[in-house]
Ligand binder design. Structure first.
Ligand code: GLN
Length: 314
């Protein structure tokens, strides 16, 4: 991976990022409605970079599993696009930034049940529904994909679904169920609303480490080629990254593009995935969130890393 000529090796940079960005005092919030997400201590901080050259650099709590939450939406989209005629999906969901919070109901009604993009909850429900056509157990299908791409460290557990977390989130899913029922009413959901939300919540409850997440996303940095062969075509890989850039951080997408300059996708578990096209995938995790639901320390760390390395799509 190329970095600025006068910059120190990446492992030293990552160690320094951890020193500077690991939270020392409790700031930010945890999401209401998903009780399991409040358990990791606020001082957790991990970062990993998987490179196209086959190296993995990591620092801090990069081997501690966390709940990937909405980062799963990137992988579900890739699987839905690779499983089916992409045109069929794109008639059901748009590719425009929403400018609203990730679980907003208002826009969906005004826009007649066509979600603005696949990375807000309503869009992800449509993508999950689409994937369920070919794979009724969409969450299981996603988990197998992630396990394959992430590989297994000696002694490492690999990605898994936290079923207790999924059950408790499902019990608090009134809003996601409302979105699903809205979609159904507009004729944009084929499976029963309950079954789609169940799959969606289990996808969100996948536990992975920063190292595993960066490795699993590497296909997006290398023209769609993953650890086990082609995941999506080169054009699809570019397009998924484009949607990450414009929609991956919800109503903070503009601010993230300004500060970091890379396609990114956050989750309310505190993880952020970022792609450096041609170079590698980065995953950072720190559980406390800003008001838009994005990791506070994670965003600051990515801005710092992008500045130090010169990585940018601009
Ligand atoms: N499971 C969460 C929800 O549906 C995911 C949201 C997120 O990570 N932004 O609300």
């Amino acid at each position: 991976m190329t970095t600025a000529l006068d910059s120190p090796p990446l492992d030293l940079v990552l160690d320094d990022i951890v020193r500077n960005h690991r939270p020392r005092t409790e700031e930010g919030s945890v999401p209401a409605g998903i009780p399991h997400l409040s358990s990791p201590p606020f001082s957790r901080f991990g970062i990993a970079v998987a490179t196209s050259a086959g190296d993995v650099f990591s620092a801090g709590d990069a081997d501690v599993p966390f709940s990937i939450q909405s980062i799963s939406k990137v992988f579900t989209l890739a699987l839905a696009l690779s499983a089916d005629d992409p045109g069929a999906l794109w008639s059901r969901v748009l590719r425009e930034p929403s400018g609203t919070s990730f679980n907003s109901l208002v826009q969906l009604e005004v826009e007649h049940g066509i979600p603005r993009n696949p990375f807000i909850n309503s869009g992800a429900l449509v993508v999950t529904d689409h994937l369920m056509e070919g794979f009724p157990d969409a969450a299981g299908h996603l988990l197998r994909f992630l396990s394959r791409e992430a590989g297994r460290r000696i002694g490492g557990q690999g990605p898994f679904i936290d079923e207790d977390a999924a059950k408790s989130e499902l019990a608090n899913s009134s809003r996601n169920l409302a979105l699903a029922h809205f979609l159904k009413d507009f004729g944009n959901l084929r499976r029963p609303a309950q079954a789609v939300v169940e799959n969606y919540v289990r996808q969100c409850s996948i536990m992975m480490t920063c190292v595993e997440t960066a490795k699993a996303a590497l296909f997006l940095a290398q023209d769609g080629r993953g650890a086990q062969g082609t995941v999506v075509s080169r054009s699809e890989a570019k397009r998924i990254s484009s949607i990450m850039l414009t929609c991956g951080m919800y109503d903070a997408a503009g601010e993230f593009a300004y500060r970091v300059g890379l396609p990114g996708k956050s989750g309310v578990g505190g993880g952020i995935l970022a792609i450096v096209p041609g170079e590698g995938a980065i995953c950072v995790w720190s559980p406390r969130l800003d008001s838009k639901g994005n990791s506070l320390a994670g965003t600051a760390a990515l801005a710092d890393l992008a500045d130090r390395t010169g990585w940018s799509v601009f």
